[in-house]
Design a protein around this ligand. Structure first.
Ligand code: PGA
Length: 258
């Protein structure tokens, strides 16, 4: 089964509105680029609307890095799915390890957000992955399984097929120590196998699963060549146009997708 690769830029808490807008305006698009590769940019909330305007007509998609599960209410400082749609988003990252570990988000809470994303027509990019301690204790697969089972509770096979999952080992994020492609492929094949058991072979064959954690232009090719890896969620190396462009080109040239 051929799956369309998806290369995503997670800008985290970086870029002013002007900087984000300039990136979007100056990124070198080729007209049919997005037919071969899905490209998604996840700017900070403040820049979403400006980037959405700058991306019009390019085919590049826009997403937010998080959201609250409710539509509105007394939740000071939070952003709702309706607000993200209003700002031009079609995607949303949920359960990023920085949300799980710095902001103590539970699988149960992430599950509410995933369901809210589907209710509002936003494509969830669900992140899972083990910490260094968990890895050293041999718990990688168990942790991924627990996070998937909790965060995806109550979803159906069509929803699984339509979403994106990002396997991001916590020890590889922002550290410069990327997982080897063998390790990433092993975990991602495990995730696909687990989804197959729960939701059936068709959904598991369609869901796109990215690797994330210190991906750069020099290592993207190793991941893209792996059978089960369908692209990358990229932090640091997505902040500069040249580097993000190289990542997109890497996926474009090496993807088996046709
Ligand atoms: P990194 O971040 O590419 O800077 O390691 C990846 C992520 O957190 O999504």
């Amino acid at each position: 089964m051929m799956r369309k690769p998806v290369i995503a830029a997670n800008w985290k808490m970086h870029k002013t509105i002007k900087e984000a807008e300039n990136f979007a305006a100056e990124f070198p698009y080729e007209p049919d680029l997005c037919e071969q590769v899905d490209v998604v940019i996840f700017p900070p909330y403040t820049a979403l609307f400006a980037v959405s305007e700058a991306l019009k007509g390019t085919g590049i998609k826009l997403g937010a890095q998080n959201m609250h599960p409710d539509e509105k209410g007394a939740f000071t400082g939070e952003i709702s799915p309706l607000m993200l749609k209003d700002a031009g988003c079609s995607c949303v990252i949920l359960g990023h390890s920085e949300r799980r570990h710095i902001f103590s988000e539970s699988d149960e809470y992430i599950n509410r957000k995933v369901k809210a994303a589907f209710r509002h027509g936003l494509k969830p990019f669900l992140c899972v992955g083990e910490t260094l301690d968990e890895r050293q204790a041999g718990l990688t697969q168990e942790v991924c399984k627990r996070q998937l089972s909790g965060s995806l509770a109550g979803l159906n096979a069509d929803e699984i097929a339509a979403m994106v999952i990002a396997y991001e080992p916590v020890w590889a994020i922002g550290t410069g120590v990327n997982a080897t492609s063998e390790d990433a492929e092993k975990s991602i094949a495990f995730i696909r196998g687990y989804l197959g058991e729960k939701y059936g072979a068709e959904a598991a064959g369609q869901v796109r699963i990215q690797y994330g954690g210190s991906v750069k232009p020099s290592n993207i090719g190793e991941y893209i060549r792996c059978e089960n890896i369908d692209g990358a969620l990229v932090g640091g190396a997505s902040l500069e146009i040249d580097s993000f462009y190289s990542l997109v080109q890497g996926a474009l040239q090496l993807a088996v997708y046709a």
